[in-house]
Design a protein around this ligand. Structure first.
Ligand SMILES: NC(=O)c1ccc[n+]([C@@H]2O[C@H](COP(=O)([O-])OP(=O)(O)OC[C@H]3O[C@@H](n4cnc5c(N)ncnc54)[C@H](OP(=O)(O)O)[C@@H]3O)[C@@H](O)[C@H]2O)c1
Length: 343
């Protein structure tokens, strides 16, 4: 029997994508509720060839709901996830509200699927930050082979990672540049059109930003606490698709050729690595796709056992909605949800 599902944040970037992916993958849902803030109550969102009326979070009754896919920001999740979980639904949350809670598993199914069993402690599962998700998909198979000691990563993150208003800001600023209108910056601290901004999320005491800290903390929690990671996270004027330039130091030797072969076989990875013009993937080409694309695999001769790579994915899919739906599928395949209905 199918499940009763609710998507919270259904009018947002990630929520839209969640509905599309649930439909595309034929997730066995008898009922799907689209939920957002009171502002959107009564508006419509599409779910496959159906149209769903958006309901307001505070008026929705979660009794009997099996699964909630939540992407409405940290404050909403902090308040609502425990209340919803207490009613018996498993919450898969996209915000950073629960990621560092030791009672909440932080899951990327290709990397640490077995950790999902820990969801019972709170009935909440966390989805990682978009830039971490694609990184650990690429790192895991290499770590299994040659043990990663240290990672240095620079990100090139699209504006969709900051929500739908941020996409509008890039569009409006770009237009303003062409028609010589004044540039308005609200979502970003500086103009994003025809610019790059080395600042995502708030600054921390040590000078890193919280986005950079998240990549370090989440890689440790998902993959291996022994891995050292330093990141520089940069917002770029791209609508969809995050890119990462990654330098990795391993304990054991590994050649670029070996890494290419390992990544070709690895779940979720797609290697496009021809050493010629255009023989690599850019964010524009990965938008709407599920894979984590890996290009520019090469040895780093400046350190022992070093490799450099270029990793690109659709941040709204593998970085958020797809990963959440994959977690839901994991719960279903392991019979961790739906049991009460099947019984
Ligand atoms: N975009 C990414 O690449 C990415 C990746 C990983 C994680 N995330 C996380 O996913 C979450 C959503 O991101 P997004 O990019 O989809 O943002 P978004 O486009 O700005 O959408 C936000 C959604 O949350 C809803 N919402 C806001 N306040 C609410 C409230 N009080 N009650 C109920 N619903 C409320 C909004 O509904 P209204 O339309 O009614 O305002 C909208 O549906 C964030 O926590 C973000 O950090 C995003």
């Amino acid at each position: 029997m199918g499940l009763k599902i609710a998507v919270i944040g259904a009018t947002g970037n990630v929520g839209h994508e969640m509905l599309d992916i649930l439909d595309e993958r034929g997730f066995p849902a008898d009922e799907v509720a689209a939920i957002a803030s009171r502002r959107s109550q009564g508006t419509e969102v599409s779910f496959g060839d159906r149209v769903l009326k958006v309901q307001a979070l505070e008026h929705y009754d979660f009794a009997g709901t099996d699964l909630v896919l939540m992407s409405a920001g940290g404050a909403v999740s902090k308040e609502w996830s425990p209340k919803i979980a207490a009613k018996g639904a498993v919450v898969i949350d996209n915000s950073s509200a629960w990621r560092y809670d030791s009672d909440v598993p932080l899951i990327v199914p290709e990397v640490n699927a077995d950790a999902v069993e820990g969801f019972r402690r709170r009935n909440i599962i966390a989805n990682p930050n978009c830039s971490t998700a694609q990184l650990v998909v690429a790192l895991k198979p290499l770590h299994d082979r040659a043990r990663i000691r240290r990672v240095v990563v620079a990100t090139y993150q699209s504006v969709s990672g900051a929500g739908k208003d941020a996409m509008d800001e890039l569009f409006n600023q770009t237009r303003s540049v062409f028609v010589a209108d004044p540039i308005e910056a609200k979502k970003f601290s500086k103009r994003i059109a025809f610019n790059v901004i080395p600042h995502i999320d708030v600054f921390m005491e040590d000078g890193a930003t919280r986005e950079e800290w998240k990549m370090m903390a989440e890689t440790k929690k998902i993959l291996d606490p022994k891995i050292k990671l330093t990141a520089t996270c940069v917002r770029v004027p791209v609508f969809v698709g995050h890119s990462e330039a990654v330098n990795i130091e391993f304990e054991k030797p590994i050649t670029a050729e070996e890494a290419r072969d390992i990544l070709r076989e690895a779940p979720g990875c797609l290697v496009v690595d021809k050493r010629e013009d255009g023989g690599y993937v850019t964010p524009y080409e990965c938008a709407g796709e599920d894979a984590t694309y890996i290009s520019r695999i090469r040895e780093d001769p400046t350190i022992a056992n070093g490799l450099s790579l270029w990793v690109v994915t659709d941040n709204l899919r593998k970085g958020a909605a797809l990963n959440a739906v994959q977690i839901a599928e994991l719960l279903l395949n392991r019979r961790l949800i739906g049991a009460k209905k099947a019984a």
